[in-house]
Design a protein around this ligand. Sequence first.
Ligand code: ATP
Ligand code: MG
Length: 768
Amino acid sequence: MHNLLHNLNPEQLAAVTLPAQSALILAGAGSGKTRVLTTRIAWLIQTGQVSPAGILAVTFTNKAAKEMMTRLSAMLPINTRGMWIGTFHGLCNRLLRTHYRDAALPQTFQILDSQDQLSVIKRLLKANNIDDEKYPPKTVMYFINNAKDQGLRADKVEAYDPIERKMVELYQMYDDQCQREGVVDFAELLLRTFELLSRNQPLREHYQQRFKHILVDEFQDTNDLQYNWLKLMAGHGQSNGGGALFAVGDDDQSIYAFRGANVGNMSAFEREFKVQNLIKLEQNYRSHGHILDSANMLIANNSKRLGKNLRTDAGHGEPVRIYEASSDLAEAQWIIEESKSLIAEGASRSEIAVLYRSNAQSRVIEHALFSAGIPYHVYGGQRYFQRAEVKHAIAYLQLMDNPHNDSAFLRVVNFPTRGIGLRSVEALQAAADQYGISLYAAVPYVAGKAGSSLGNFVKLVEGARFETQQMPLPELVRVVLEASGLLTHYQTEKEGADRIENLEQMVSAATQFVSEEGFGQGAPAHLGPKSLAQAGDAIVNEDGIEIIDADAALPTVMSPLSAFLSHASLEAGDNQATVGQEAVQMMTVHSAKGLEFNNVFITGLEEGLFPHESSSREEGGVEEERRLMYVAITRARQRLYMCFAQTRMLHGQTRYNLKSRFFDELPEESLKWLSPKVQSHWSANSRKSAWDETPLVGSDNAIAQKLVQKSVSTGAGWRIGESVAHGKFGEGVIVNLEGSGSNARAQINFGSHGMKVLDLSIAKLDRL
Ligand code: ATP
Ligand code: MG
């Protein structure tokens, strides 16, 4: 038998073999947290303390879940397929599929990814004549998700002003609409499961007794609802006890506060579960010394930390290389040159990662890689299941599974065009509103020509469903691509070749899916409703009391088609890169979480970009950016490069950014400046005055002059391109404006006095 424990250090070993009690493993990046968690699962099973069915493991992405299963099967002779290892969303989906009736959901409920959710909200606003400037759809979406993440339904949200009251009203309308259509968004998956288990005692107790061990990776990024969900699952506060919660995390890597993550959950967990077993892992196995020293010293600047450090036996290794480029183009060029020499030295392309803070930065680097003929892969751009053509095909499949999904209906009712215009759809909408039914169900109520074209569309969907009744999923997908007219449509489109390829790719995706999930290649895609109903009934009887077994592997609770559709939505919601191709890997820092590479470039290290300008407006914003920088640094094993540019074209504007304050927080002896080191702007106690008269490093007056002609107006009263006079520097021209209110600053070209950055709330400027 595989010796699971021989490769662990003493702290890791202690963590893996802890007794069945609540435990918190608090450890820095690359210290083996994920490895410890996986090994503990294997050890618990191998030593007979728990059966695979008694484990509930929560990972941060679907891919991480798969990886964990693969590692487990390598360690143990077990089939991991039916195990409850997944993301919060994936696990909740599975629970809701099993108990759809108790959760008051239709059997074929469908999952909205965030793009779908936004379109539902837009539709809702439009249908109710609500001004979308006053209530921007994204703001409404944020409001709703935020409330759900806190476990609050509309009737529990407190509103303090008319705008908020309206938001609450919209939240309620949105929930009603989703319920009518049989769709749930990501936050709803969790909230619905939470409510189901809170309400239904037999069900709750069943799962509490079943899951003897609950293990959570990346615990620092759980939000309030997720934490409460875990508490519920672990039977916290119940006399009959529950599972042991084993949480691993790193407070220094908490980077999802903007999505409601609450790093305070770590200390709450320690307190509420009276955690006796707190283990810190401080040995890092990933990075060389200079890289680790940089990470340690940087993060020491944060104030709210639980406290830990990282050390390595790997030796100092190479220094961290830093490069100041004159422009974003020059920065990209430098990355290319360095990558080329890495590759020439034998580095694999997939071991080179280029990280950036914002997606918008990738274009220039992509272009440079492309021109240099270096294969690359960009993540976090559009994912496969979010591409328009793929979404269209998915919408047809959704309609076959659940025709009451109005979003899917509207997406394809006239795509490819079949003469169903806006008027027809409005008439249909009116009928649906009148009877309180879905668009699909309302078709028979529309008269005339509109009615007959809509009727034809319904016939198309029904026909496809009938035709594919006994077909396995991949074949069904193929038929739908044809019958929908999508393939023909893109064949006639000029740039359609790629789209057709993507559509055909879906047949392969379906083939891979059924085999990975264990449906069997020949299993009919629409599983008979009888067998599904039986699966649902076998768990809780009509009184909700007798519980036989809840081993709900996907094939027993979902048809292949439903399962495939859930998979598409859940994967579209994943926020992490899937590495593998022999290409340079490009991604945002957020999506690099948990990954590691031999060579890493961190680009665009400039004030306003990284730390991001939004961080100055929020409390704790800079600390969150610093954690993000810590995540970025700790992705590197052997070589780390950092760069910044004096000028950068972003969102159609040339910006003159200062180099990031983070450079001043790194250990000088670990750095190697490839360009002359520039003077610091960020000495801790002279920050205010530094802003007042900072000469812009290497400012390029020619570019500044060009910008002058581009008079852009801002809300602050000053305009780019405007001429001003300053008591000390004389006449100048505003070349850039940033921030607002007391944070507003201007970059001004004062000719012979050079470029200055002035704080507009302090500097005395006169208009000329
Ligand atoms: P992150 O915080 O980035 O998620 P982590 O703490 O989860 O990191 P892992 O990804 O589990 O760290 O481990 C980092 C690397 O160190 C991996 O390549 C892992 O295989 C290796 N590693 C962990 N523990 C040991 C060990 N005891 N001996 C050798 N290698 C180890
Ligand atoms: Mg990890």
